[in-house]
Design a protein around this ligand. Structure first.
Ligand SMILES: Nc1ncnc2c1ncn2[C@@H]1O[C@H](COP(=O)(O)OP(=O)(O)OP(=O)(O)O)[C@@H](O)[C@H]1O
Ligand code: SF4
Ligand SMILES: [Mg+2]
Length: 442
């Protein structure tokens, strides 16, 4: 897969200093206002808000934001012929502790191209956040043992000077953090922090311009009365509001790379749709690349082009999101999909969780990390699953870290979702999954 990389064929790089989120700012603002009002009023049940989200998705298609592929109607086409914007190779992040070395990330590789969205999924503790914070250089200066390569637009992020890293962070790459409180300073107003983030990379902008731009951003992420809110402190914002303020801060400089770590967890579905739309607007206009980390497979299905499934610090499956949902190649991915509600049947009382727990990252099993929980291991001859760690094998355009043959998978692995999910859009939002909190603090 990685051998296919060729020299960059060119392609214009969007001017990241220009800010035009959407061509009709009035209609965007109206839409934001309407959605915020709906969210704040807490009116409507799950079905209504889910319908609003699906509606938002349809509107996107109506706008023909992306070139549809004839093969997969409605699918955005990502140009992978040039050099990737971000190239991660064999990334390892290990933490020595008194109990042993915690292998949080243990051999992560992937490419991300301009305009591409990569979804990263995996159970809690699988190394998703540590992967992303390491890309941004946030684990430098800690006791982490970091190795591998992270090439971002010509810079090796693991070796560049701290000053250059700071220059890139906030301007060319930014992150929406899983925990909004950790990203907002309690002593400064929300507006002052966003203005500061903007001014650092736009030193010529006047105070007034920076403030107006900030108010505009707050409106775009669905914060009502942004003129008033701009002067409030983080503690005066609810959890959902803080999440939106942080999103505004992450997007204020039109980054080429946006890493969104659970960006919509604290939000109700209407605001979720808004935030996802905003990210897609950014992507459409500036060809930004996005990494979205989430527990919500419905969100992945809505926005991601490719999927990276992580288990115990390692990628276990990689591939196009359509293909992965329709024909997962790893038993763990099957387990994740089967723990989602089916859309073509009445809501089930009980989903099918994957039995057992992920292994300790201090003492990983010798063989396949998933072996203790795997329902298919008996299909692999001998006790290979217990004694040998599988590589990432190719299955067409997909890759999976599993010894099962294509024939064995075709015969034995059929996730409930695969029968209905022939396009990502069909997955829709996953309210019943529990990932979506309705109307608590939007
Ligand atoms: N500084 C650290 N020292 C030791 N272990 C760490 C450190 N930071 C993270 N870890 C461990 O690394 C593992 C991966 O953490 P990470 O935060 O990346 O998980 P995650 O996939 O993002 O999970 P979640 O879905 O819950 O956010 C966890 O077991 C975590 O406890
Ligand atoms: S290698 Fe064996 S234990 Fe691991 S996922 Fe495949 S079948 Fe299951
Ligand atoms: Mg995390």
């Amino acid at each position: 897969m990685f051998d296919k990389l060729k020299k960059n064929s060119g392609g214009s790089t969007p001017n990241s200093n220009a800010r035009h989120l959407g061509s009709d700012s009035r209609s965007v603002t109206d839409k934001v206002g309407d959605a915020a009002e709906a969210a704040v009023s807490k009116a409507g049940d799950a079905v209504a808000t889910a319908a609003a989200k699906v509606g938002a998705g349809d509107a996107k298609h109506a706008q023909e934001r992306f070139t549809a592929s004839a093969e997969k109607p409605g699918k955005k086409v990502v140009d992978k012929s040039g050099r990737p914007l971000l190239s991660v190779r064999d990334l390892k992040v290990h933490w020595p502790t008194d109990d042993g070395v915690v292998k949080s990330v243990d051999g992560v590789s992937f490419d991300l191209y301009e305009g591409q969205t990569l979804g990263i999924v995996g159970e809690s503790g699988s190394g998703k956040s540590v992967t992303s914070t390491t890309i941004l250089g946030l684990n430098r200066g800690t006791n982490a043992q970091i190795s591998g390569q992270i090439d971002f637009d010509g810079d090796d992020l693991l070796t560049i000077q701290e000053e250059r890293l700071r220059e890139l962070r906030g301007q060319k790459m930014s992150m929406i953090f899983q925990d909004p409180l950790s990203a907002l300073h309690p002593y400064y107003t929300v507006g002052a922090q966003i203005i500061e983030a903007y001014k650092v990379h736009h030193p010529k902008a006047s105070k007034k311009e920076a403030r107006e731009h900030t108010i505009d951003m707050l409106a775009r992420v669905g914060i009502p009365s942004p003129q008033k809110r701009v002067d409030q402190y983080p503690h005066e914002f609810s959890g959902g509001m803080r999440q939106r303020a942080m999103t505004a801060m992450a997007l204020v400089n039109d980054p080429k790379l946006l890493i969104a770590d659970e960006p919509t967890t604290a939000l109700d579905v209407t605001v979720q749709a808004q935030i996802l739309d905003l990210m897609l607007d950014l992507q459409q206009e500036f060809k930004s690349a996005i990494i979205i980390i989430t527990h919500d497979l419905g969100v992945v299905a809505d926005v991601a082009d490719d999927l990276l499934v992580m288990y115990a610090g390692r990628p276990v499956e990689r591939g196009d999101v359509y293909d992965t949902f329709a024909k997962p190649q790893h038993p763990y991915t099957v387990g994740l999909l089967n723990s989602m509600p089916r859309l073509d049947e009445a809501r089930r009382e009980k989903l099918d969780p994957i039995p057992g727990n992920p292994p300790s990252l201090i003492s990983l099993p010798k063989g396949c990390s998933f072996a203790p929980r795997c329902a298919f291991r008996h299909l692999v001859p001998g006790n290979r699953c217990d004694t040998e760690m599988p590589d990432l094998y190719s299955f067409g355009d997909q890759e999976a870290r599993c010894f099962l043959t294509a024939e064995q998978k075709a015969e034995h692995m059929e996730p409930a979702q695969a029968r209905t999910m022939d396009t990502p859009a069909a997955a829709g939002p996953v309210e019943a999954h529990g990932a979506t909190k309705l109307g608590d603090d939007a």
